[in-house]
Design a protein around this ligand. Sequence first.
Ligand SMILES: [Zn+2]
Length: 277
Amino acid sequence: MHIHSYTNSDFGDREPATDHYGVKGAVNADVHRAATFAAFKKLNIVKAVVSGNPQSVDEWFEKDSHHIVIRGILMYTPNDYGMDSVKLEQMIKDKKLEVFGEIAPYYGGTTLSDSIWQPYLRICEKYNIPVAVHTGGGDPGGTYSWSPKARLRLADPYLIEDVLVKYPNLRIYLMHGGGEDWPEHAIRLMAYYPQLYTDLAVLLWVEPNTQRYVKELLRNAKEAGYLNRIMFGSDQMIWPYAIEKSVRFLNSLNFLTKQDKEDIFYNNAAKFFGLKN
Ligand SMILES: [Zn+2]
């Protein structure tokens, strides 16, 4: 429930960035998309929420002959891509947007509860469009470069509580389960708001430290009885190999039963999105 798409403008001319393990990212948008689609096929992935700039999401949708792509949008601030509420509503009416997310107000210095996001949330509630919101920190060096307004404290899941109260019928899921920072807050929020789901995303692969936290999150969610609202996602960014790595990591966790894994990989998301089994 968490895949990223790009256009070549997102890559630029520089050497592809390396991840924590020194693995270089895809060299361009075509290579990246082909490798991601190949991973879908190899791993039998039947649906993926894809977020990126609207052009990249359109391209993926057009090239997706297996109808895997669920069209999202990546936004850090409410006016990314010149967006406003009229344009968003039109995208939904034109059936070009199926999930409002990944929405990552953290990077732009706001929270989803801030007034500037409310017109969008009202539209999502009206059209029954699910919202996917980034929680937990991200890109530790980013605050000194591309996301100067990002502050860790803005990524606390508790900061979306007002949204849950204001729009009780809104379908919404957390991304990254509160990150390394607030896995407990993610679980507590799910306890208070039974409509709330979370995905696991980047935690499954990006660093040994996030893998440590995600194990804790899953163990605690299982013990607490909230595993049925946790959804798989890889958040591969520019590293398509991360999809298989994430699948393998989740499969390696011995404290989860086969049924638990099937629920996390498919059943919970099918329930959240109302997919037919
Ligand atoms: Zn993401």
